[in-house]
Design a binder for this molecule. Structure first.
Ligand SMILES: C[S@@+](CC[C@H](N)C(=O)[O-])C[C@H]1O[C@@H](n2cnc3c(N)ncnc32)[C@H](O)[C@@H]1O
Length: 231
């Protein structure tokens, strides 16, 4: 009989009013990652080859912490985990949650707007990048004197909902290790124009695959997996 290790969900608390409380989109990622790892591979990539993983827009730290918990269950899976967020409060909150999950300051955190404050040495380094981005459009609000506040960083992806994601993808290829197998995982919503978004993704030379879908109230959310097409 083969015993499959049970990977626990991270224990998450968050008393910071501007930090995103993990929701269906966070758990779509969590459940997918938990279901697609074994002692040899992570979603098709040989786990011994995975050296660096980035959780961009980490919020409470839930995804970065999950990767640390997976490391406990699968000793062959031993990448360095990085996490970043545009909000200082999110980094503070994620560090508290890291400790609550009995992880001894192993995650490296960056306070950064996308990749702007990342050190040069991390270019060409990540095998896996995860971004559960702000993905909703703010276009309906512009006639209502909408001014972006800190809390809105969690959901406001730009007028069309995908502008933050596109800026991310424009830079992400510089930080991927393109010499090895690599993947970018991100969430999109049916409330954005997905045909238009997919065209833009194609023009940035990425190959996109839809790997999971979940229906929640008024929308569908999608988990996408990208590879950069090196010609
Ligand atoms: C939908 S929340 C996801 C949080 C967490 N990863 C999760 O799945 O629960 C989006 C996160 O992206 C962060 N964010 C938004 N714009 C960003 C940017 N330009 N650079 C870095 N992080 C950003 C927000 O502060 C927020 O923590």
């Amino acid at each position: 009989m083969i015993l499959i290790p049970l990977i626990p969900d991270p224990v998450i608390s968050c008393d910071f009013e501007n930090v995103y409380t993990p929701s269906d989109d966070s758990y779509l990622l969590i459940d997918y990652f938990k279901g697609n790892i074994n002692e040899n591979q992570f979603d098709g990539i040989n786990i011994s080859e995975i050296e660096n993983i980035l959780d961009l827009g980490t919020g409470t730290g839930i995804i970065a912490i999950l990767f640390q918990l997976i490391k406990v269950q699968y000793p062959n899976f031993n990448p360095k985990i990085y996490a970043s967020d545009i909000l200082k409060e999110a980094i503070e909150c994620a560090k508290i949650n890291e400790e609550a999950n009995k992880i001894n300051k192993e995650i490296t955190f960056f306070h950064s707007d996308l990749f702007i404050s990342f050190p040069e040495r991390l270019k060409d380094s990540f095998n896996i990048i995860v971004f559960n981005p702000p993905y909703l459009p703010s276009s309906q609000l512009i006639n209502q004197n909408y001014e972006k506040k800190i809390i809105d960083y969690s959901w406001d992806g730009g007028l069309k909902g995908y502008e933050t994601l596109i800026s991310f993808l424009e830079n992400a290829k510089l930080f991927l290790n393109l010499k090895k197998d690599h993947s970018i995982y991100f969430i999109t919503s049916s409330r954005t124009d997905l045909l238009e978004l997919n065209e833009k993704i194609k023009n940035l030379s990425y190959k996109n695959k839809l790997v999971e879908k979940r229906h929640i109230f008024f929308e569908d959310i999608f988990l996408n997996k990208l590879q950069y097409k090196t010609h």
